[in-house]
Design a protein around this ligand. Structure first.
Ligand SMILES: NC(=O)C1=CN([C@@H]2O[C@H](COP(=O)(O)OP(=O)(O)OC[C@H]3O[C@@H](n4cnc5c(N)ncnc54)[C@H](O)[C@@H]3O)[C@@H](O)[C@H]2O)[C@@H](O)CC1
Ligand SMILES: Nc1ncnc2c1ncn2[C@@H]1O[C@H](COP(=O)(O)OP(=O)(O)O)[C@@H](O)[C@H]1O
Ligand SMILES: [K+]
Length: 519
């Protein structure tokens, strides 16, 4: 299944994404910690040929890396090994439920485990001179993992020194504490481990570390199906010192004499997601209709009641201002608009400004492909066709059913390789595909409900995709996060208002939904 989204090395961000996606699939975080603890225990037990006369020191932090260490302590003790647990910090500060549970369990098992929580460095130094510490067979480093940030603080800093000063064999859990797992950088100090037992996949920054990778039950589905983790990481946090415009400037080009709702729905979705600024560039005569949706929208009108080449200069100017562009919703099919679109799209393909093409824009793209005016889309373009729209761009007959994932993915990739770009194929399951010469990848979205098959929900999706682009996400990640959120909004609108939902109900629910889900 190499076309699915599995990676050889992963970052801390990937880890938290996979973790949250596993939770979306119903796998509690504590299960993963239990697997991690048991896998590490098995490896250590076999590698060092431990037996009931062995003794082990485990240094634990107050995050989940420490939780893994506490879990290992329990499993080693179960095998009759004497364990000496040192928690670096007060137990009331343990950060997660899973780690706290493991701390409580460690303190319930009294036969083979002794545990200490360190209040100050002096206490730590005394413990490190104790007979147990000096005579142990190995020392396990579960101080810091993928959650490390900034300079190493006390008492962890001294604990790292203590581990490094000891002559015992040293095993690091997940990450050698102190090392940045994404870059391999050691700002100050890190544990000089003999080897590292790392979970799920090797971390990106590991170069010269002896590593053993342990699977911990993160299922393939957590990488294949888009979930909470994707959405959480796409909703980027505003930096404290951000000023207006740094969290997304979006340009929506759409609308025509017949359609004013489509660009309005897209722009409103983007605004409700929380981006800073959205300019709607619409043809003359519909500006006030779009304005009436919200005073927060900035609306500019073109020269005539349908776009034409006379609007090209203004479209270019506004695009250069924007972080991302959405073109297509409600554009119509006026021949002059088709000319304008062609000119604009050829320009933007050359500029690499992140851009979403939807609705009428997709049909016009199809024409450009047919006339060989475009050979290939660039990786900065996302198109969001449903099946019929996709047929206007590339020829194909039938596809395997929506839930025959492996077959459908293979077929879609072979079809889409001809056109390139990032393609979000809408349907009961949405398929987000990034075509690349090296290796094309596919993610699948299962959120959403049949009640969403009404006018306007596609415009909301296009608005969300371009909004995610405007705050700095990659085209692929933007499409994934948007289609997942769009489906959740459909489900949530159905819960709030019953089966007769409109696109406006989805937008209405956006802010409270994100707040409720703590995004
Ligand atoms: N996400 C997953 O899928 C799983 C993660 N697991 C473990 O969880 C770890 C990540 O857990 P967390 O996110 O809680 O992070 P960590 O356990 O790496 O550490 C986070 C805590 O350490 C402290 N800290 C961070 N930087 C520090 C510094 N520079 N100096 C001193 N203290 C510092 C802070 O109190 C912070 O809350 C992984 O490395 C792995 O060991 C496992 O339990 C298995 C499942
Ligand atoms: N039957 C369905 N089940 C689940 N989701 C659906 C269904 N029909 C449409 N959707 C979702 O609604 C959104 C809009 O899709 P669609 O109606 O095809 O767009 P458009 O408005 O462009 O025609 C997409 O995210 C799609 O996944
Ligand atoms: K560690």
């Amino acid at each position: 299944m190499s076309f699915f989204f599995d990676k050889d090395t992963i970052t801390a961000e990937d880890v938290s994404q996979l973790d949250a996606n596993s939770a979306s699939l119903g796998i509690p975080n504590g299960y993963l910690m239990e697997c991690a603890g048991l896998q590490a225990t098995n490896k250590i037990y076999e590698h060092y040929k431990l037996n009931s006369s062995s003794s082990v020191v485990i240094m634990c932090g107050i995050g989940n890396n420490g939780g893994d260490g506490l879990c290992i302590a329990r499993h080693l003790a179960t095998r009759g090994i004497s364990v000496f647990v040192i928690l670096l910090g007060d137990s009331i500060h343990i950060r997660t439920q899973e780690s706290r549970l493991n701390w409580e369990l460690v303190n319930t098992l009294t036969l083979k485990i002794r545990s200490y929580s360190i209040k100050n460095i002096k206490q730590l130094k005394t413990l490190c001179k104790s007979e147990f510490f000096m005579n142990a067979d190995i020392i396990i480093d579960a101080l810091l993992g993928t959650g490390v940030t900034g300079k190493i603080r006390e008492p962890i800093s001294t604990a790292i020194d203590m581990i490094n000063q000891s002559n015992l064999p040293k095993i690091s859990i997940d990450v050698p504490s102190g090392m940045n797992p994404d870059t391999g950088q050691i700002t100050e100090k890190s544990v000089n481990c003999d080897f590292c037992i790392t979970f799920h996949a090797k971390k990106k920054g590991f170069a010269n570390i002896k590593t053993w990778v342990a699977p911990i039950g993160i299922p393939l589905e957590a990488s294949l199906f888009i979930g909470d983790g994707d959405l959480r990481s796409a909703i980027k946090k505003r930096d404290k010192d951000f000023h207006k415009g740094q969290y997304g400037k979006l340009l929506v080009i759409g609308g025509s004499s017949s359609y004013s709702g489509a660009p309005s729905l897209a722009a409103m979705s983007a605004l409700e997601l929380g981006i800073d600024l959205c300019i709607c560039f619409v043809p003359k005569g519909i500006g006030n209709v779009v304005r009436s949706f919200s005073p927060n929208l900035i609306v500019q009108e073109g020269v005539a009641e349908n776009f034409s080449n006379s609007d090209f200069l203004q479209a270019k100017k506004l695009s250069n201002w924007a972080d991302a562009v959405l073109i297509g919703p409600g554009l119509g099919k006026d021949p002059k608009t088709v000319e304008f679109f062609e000119k604009y799209i050829l320009w933007i393909l050359g500029k690499k400004i992140p851009c979403v093409v939807d609705a009428d824009g997709i049909k016009m793209l199809g024409k450009l492909f047919k006339e060989s005016k475009i050979a290939r889309l660039t990786s900065s373009i996302v198109i969001t066709p449903h099946m019929e729209e996709l047929k206007s761009i590339v020829r194909f007959k039938n596809l395997p059913k929506f839930d025959e994932i492996e077959k459908r993915t293979k077929k879609l990739i072979s079809i889409l390789e001809k056109i390139g770009g990032v393609i979000l194929v809408k349907g009961v399951y949405d398929y987000v595909i990034k075509i690349s010469k090296k290796r094309s990848i596919c993610r699948v979205n299962r959120s959403g409900c049949p009640e969403m098959a009404v006018g306007g929900t596609g415009d909301v999706l296009a608005g969300l995709t371009s909004a995610f682009l405007s705050i700095g996400n990659s085209p692929f990640n933007s499409a994934c996060a948007a289609v997942y959120l769009n489906g959740l909004l459909g489900e949530s609108a159905k819960k709030s208002y019953g089966p007769r939902i409109h696109a406006t109900d989805m937008i209405k629910n956006l802010k409270s939904f994100l707040l409720f889900k703590k995004f």
